[in-house]
Design a protein around this ligand. Structure first.
Ligand SMILES: Cc1ncc(COP(=O)(O)O)c(C=O)c1O
Length: 473
């Protein structure tokens, strides 16, 4: 086959690269300026934008600056979790140095499946730094695409540990069990579904009065299952539940697991960074005794998605569960492959953004930013308690989630009222909030994990809830 006349120009932009980069940089700095303060509205899609998003696959080119400009419109008309009044879910806040890290990482497009030079050393260093930051003695760690995948990977290792040879043999009717609190994240349930434990093998452990796993109930459940011949795969303690931010008592749970030789995994996807603070650190006592840990740096370490870290006490546990020898990826170097400890084969350089962030700001700045979010959660709780038309749905926050609802006099169906109120708040868009159900009551579930959020933004959430709530017919 001969080459065509313009082959060397294939996939080259018609604008100069420098022009395209400068234009992209302009879009980014405009966005950063707009994230500095809250935006009073959320732009809606107009007909032109809708038409563009319905267009068929283009066979020919459009100018690079023009398509970048279209992308900027789409982005500006989307819900950005980076904005200071985004209180829904567990957001991420697009820390600027992390954004630059993503740009650089994707420019060089290194794959950390196998040894990749200095990038591999950097990934190991970032794992050591994050382990030191939270106080977990990790022998190995890996960056993954999210808490769901980190949890799944840890539980794959736990299953092989509990029932050696399962990855080869498969399951043959063994009754596997997994223990987590009734308010653990559903990624644990999904992992159980995929690992052959099954939903029926997941034991939902009773909560105590502070919505934390009850270690006595846990011990009784494991003992009852052992008597029936079940194989306990792991206990998952949640360090910061998604619903209310409760931190399970890791030390007491570790006692139960040690005695019965059961793997203990801590899902700290949301809450674990708070282990590094003076205020909340005590809640995580016992972390140094667990087998594996999940932490999402794209949640409370403010980095852009996705940047999760799985940490394990013993490297061999991950290798035993996950390593392969394949003809197209032989172990020809003394250094082990990172694919031997993770599920992902294409492994982008996620560690770079965390490394840059720790270097550019220093660990103290992260501790201080998390402390500020903790104080803001207390401020929000106090504001809620100060108003007779608001009701806190939990006690004082352990971390930074403060569920509450609007309870004006004379309204009988408070669930319907609050569900409508959330929709009105979203239509109004001066704050962004999502609903949640706690003990059957529908309310608002703000989570504060953004370094841009100010105390005034927190007060605005309360004021707008009361203002719009009072106006609902
Ligand atoms: C406690 C907990 N675990 C796991 C996850 C899932 O993390 P990801 O969305 O990164 O997969 C979340 C998400 O909010 C979470 O709060």
């Amino acid at each position: 086959m001969t080459s065509g006349p313009n082959d060397d120009a294939l996939l080259r932009l018609e604008a100069s690269r420098e022009e395209a980069l400068a234009y992209a940089a302009e879009i980014v700095s405009g966005a950063w300026r707009s994230f500095d303060a809250f935006r009073p509205d959320q732009p809606e899609m107009d007909d032109e934008l809708r038409a563009m998003l319905q267009a068929a696959l283009p066979d020919g080119p459009t100018g690079a600056l023009s398509v970048l400009s279209d992308a900027a419109r789409v982005l500006d008309t989307s819900l950005a979790q980076t904005r200071p009044r985004f209180f829904a879910f567990v957001g991420s806040s697009g820390l600027e140095i992390g954004v630059l890290g993503d740009l650089l990482a994707s420019c060089f497009d290194i794959n950390l499946a196998t040894w990749a030079g200095a990038a591999s050393e950097l990934e190991s260093q970032a794992v050591r730094w994050i382990s030191d930051f939270v106080g977990f003695p990790a022998e190995e760690g890996a960056f993954t695409s999210g808490g769901t995948v980190s949890n799944m990977t840890a539980l794959a290792a736990a299953r092989e540990h509990a029932l050696p040879g399962t990855r080869k043999r498969g399951l043959h009717g063994e009754a596997l069990t997994l223990y987590c609190s009734a308010e653990s994240h559903y990624s644990i349930l999904r992992a159980a579904e995929l690992l052959g434990i099954g939903q029926d093998g997941v034991r939902s452990v009773r909560l105590d009065g502070d919505r934390r796993m009850d270690p006595e109930a846990l011990a009784a459940m494991i003992d009852a299952d052992l008597t029936l011949g079940a194989v306990p795969v792991a206990v998952v303690a949640t360090a910061g539940t998604t619903l209310t931010g409760a931190v399970d008592p890791i030390g007491a749970i570790a006692d139960v697991c040690d005695e019965r030789r059961v793997w203990l995994h801590v899902d700290g996807a949301y809450g674990l960074p708070a282990a590094a603070t003076a205020t909340a650190g005590r809640l995580f006592a016992g972390l140094d005794r667990v087998d594996s840990v999940t932490l999402d740096a794209h949640k409370w370490l403010y980095l852009p998605k996705a940047c999760s870290v799985l940490l394990v006490r013993r490297r061999v546990d991950l290798e035993t569960a996950l390593a392969h020898e394949e003809d197209y990826i032989p172990h020809e170097r003394p250094t082990a492959h990172m694919v031997d400890v993770t599920l992902e084969y294409s492994r982008p350089f996620r560690a770079l953004k965390l490394w840059l962030a720790f270097r550019a700001h220093g660990a103290d700045a992260f501790r201080a930013a998390i402390e500020r979010n903790l104080r803001q959660a207390t401020l929000l709780y106090e504001e809620v308690r100060r108003h007779a038309d608001l009701e806190a749905l939990c006690g004082p926050p352990e971390l930074s989630i403060v569920p509450f609802r609007h309870v004006p006099p004379g309204v009988h169906d408070l669930d319907a009222h609050n569900a409508r109120l959330v929709r009105h708040l979203q239509d109004d868009a001066r704050v962004w909030i999502a609903p949640a159900r706690i003990d059957g009551k529908i309310g608002l579930r703000p989570c504060i994990v953004n370094f841009r959020t100010t105390d005034d933004d927190v007060r605005a959430l309360v004021e707008l809830t009361r203002e719009l709530g009072a106006r609902l017919p």
